[in-house]
Each structure stands twice: as structure tokens, then as C-alpha cells.
Design a protein around this ligand. Structure first.
Ligand SMILES: [Zn+2]
Ligand SMILES: [Zn+2]
Ligand SMILES: [Zn+2]
Length: 276
């Protein structure tokens, strides 16, 4: 029996059916937080928001589509927490392990959906998936629980559709390598960026951005990721209604960091939901 009184549920907890909802499944950098073997203040914090799975997000569109941004090694845990039984497309930003390491666990979603799931990415991303997950594409006996995925090649600045959603992929630089970010209506999703090319800035500035998600690794500069100052600089330029920081290290405790962020900027944490 559910003993919870329905009137306890505050209005802000009730999802609006006419809005898109982005759920932050993970907000940590590649090694997650706590860091294995680290006893720092953040890694030993009692605040559950200081536990961060690898960065990923799940979009529940008002029009019904369900989109997953990246599928890292914590995907199984994330799908259990958030009952992810349906995925109409996985938008992969790049093939680093913390962004594709959960692909094998998509097979349970194949089972609940009764078919293959499309995985979208740039050429290099799809080539890496083919190489590292070769067993998924070879003919072998059924029954071993092999994932069924369809690789869908996309190109930066060439809009495509999943269901009724128009999706614009754009280039961001991750150190020396060009990877993808995604714009879907008022949402701009960026992770693992260290620089934004001019053409991508135009994708953000051509029409207003409601919700900007951007990586902010740590306070100090880093060769392949924005630090906090650089992420805040991008937020100032794009000027969204709301901005969310993701892909962070154990250098950022939730409470202490949130207290120093400008209005409209939130240090995202696992399980946080943003509506737009
Ligand atoms: Zn990463
Ligand atoms: Zn630590
Ligand atoms: Zn990366």
C-alpha cells in the first residue's frame, strides 16, 4: 500500500504534461564522484547530491518522444532509478568510455520496447562503437542477451528528426577533437567542451535558448574541458533563461558551489529535473 498522502506532493514536483522535462541521470566527470580511494570533504559528504554518476540526461518531450543524451557506464543504475523503459534515440556526443560504456545494458530496453534502438552519432563515434562493440554487429547465437542497436550517422549543422522533434547537432571542441552538442527547441546540450566554434555560437544565438546544459569540470583550467569560469562565460554569451552545469569533479561540493553561482545557474545533481 502506498501510504503517502497525495496532497503532500508539492506543485513543483508535479511534471507539467505540456512541457519538456530533462532529467539529469548523471552529472559527474569520467571517474564519477566520490572518486575511488578519495576521502576529501566532497567524496565523504553526507549530502546525496555529492554522489555523481557519469554524465547523461534523459529528455521526456511534451510530444511524447524519449531521448537519451549519452549512455555511460552507469546507465543500468540510472535506468533503474528513473524507470527508463523507452528510448526513441540515443544522442551520443563522442565515443569516450564515460559516454558510451553503458551501451550493452540497452538490451533490457530492447526487450521492453520489442525492437532495436537507434543510436545517433558522428562518423568517428559510430566507427568507435563498431570497433569496441563488434560483437553487437556480428551474427552469433541468440539468447546471450546481445543489444540491438541501429547506428544512425549524423553530421554537424544538418538537422534531423526523431518523431516530431527537430534536432540540430553542432560541433564543440573537446581539446583537439571535434565532438557533438545538440539543440532541441529551447534546449542546448553541451558536455566535454573546451571551446565553441563561431558557427555553433550562431546556432545558440539565432533564436533564444531557454535551457543551456554545459560542462564545468573544476575551478582550475584544463586542456580538454571548460572550467567553471569558462562555462560561466559561455552562459553569459548565450544568455539562456536557465543554465545547468554538469560533468564536474569532486572539487565542487553541491552546497558550497551553488552558493557562489550567479542567479539562473544551477550546479546540476543526479536526479534533478528541468522543465522548459
Ligand atoms: Zn566525459
Ligand atoms: Zn574527493
Ligand atoms: Zn570526453
Amino acid at each position: 500500500m502506498n501510504s503517502r498522502n497525495p496532497s503532500e506532493k508539492s506543485k513543483s514536483e508535479t511534471p507539467s504534461p505540456d512541457k519538456n522535462r530533462l532529467t539529469f541521470l548523471g552529472t559527474g566527470t569520467s571517474n564519477g564522484v566520490p572518486v575511488l580511494g578519495c576521502g576529501c570533504e566532497v567524496c565523504s559528504s553526507a549530502d546525496p547530491r555529492d554522489n555523481r554518476l557519469r554524465t547523461s540526461a534523459y529528455l521526456t518531450a511534451a510530444t511524447g518522444e524519449r531521448i537519451l543524451f549519452d549512455i555511460g557506464p552507469d546507465f543500468r543504475e540510472q535506468s533503474l532509478r528513473h524507470s527508463i523503459f523507452r528510448i526513441d534515440g540515443v544522442l551520443v556526443t563522442h565515443p569516450h568510455y564515460d559516454h558510451i560504456g553503458g551501451l550493452d545494458d540497452i538490451r533490457q530496453v530492447n526487450f521492453t520496447m520489442g525492437g532495436p534502438i537507434d543510436v545517433y552519432g558522428a562518423d568517428e563515434t559510430l566507427a568507435e562503437i563498431r570497433e569496441r562493440c563488434g560483437y553487437m554487429f556480428r551474427v552469433s547465437q541468440e539468447g546471450g542477451g546481445k543489444p540491438k542497436i541501429g547506428l544512425r550517422r549524423i553530421e554537424p549543422y544538418r538537422e534531423f528528426r526523431i518523431g516530431g522533434l527537430d534536432i540540430m547537432p553542432f560541433t564543440v571542441m573537446h581539446g583537439e577533437i571535434a565532438i557533438l552538442g545538440y539543440r532541441i527547441g529551447g534546449l542546448v546540450y553541451i558536455t566535454d567542451a573546451s571551446a565553441i566554434p563561431e558557427r555553433s555560437m550562431n546556432v545558440f544565438l539565432s533564436r533564444p535558448v531557454d535551457t543551456l546544459v554545459v560542462n564545468a569540470l573544476r575551478p582550475l583550467p584544463h586542456p580538454t574541458h571548460f572550467n567553471l569560469e569558462q562555462a560561466l562565460e559561455l552562459i553569459r554569451k548565450v544568455s539562456p533563461n536557465k543554465a545547468y552545469l554538469v560533468h564536474v569533479t569532486h572539487h565542487f561540493g553541491q552546497e558550497q558551489t551553488q552558493a557562489i553561482l550567479p542567479p539562473g545557474v544551477t550546479l546540476a545533481y543526479d536526479g534533478l529535473e528541468a522543465e522548459y
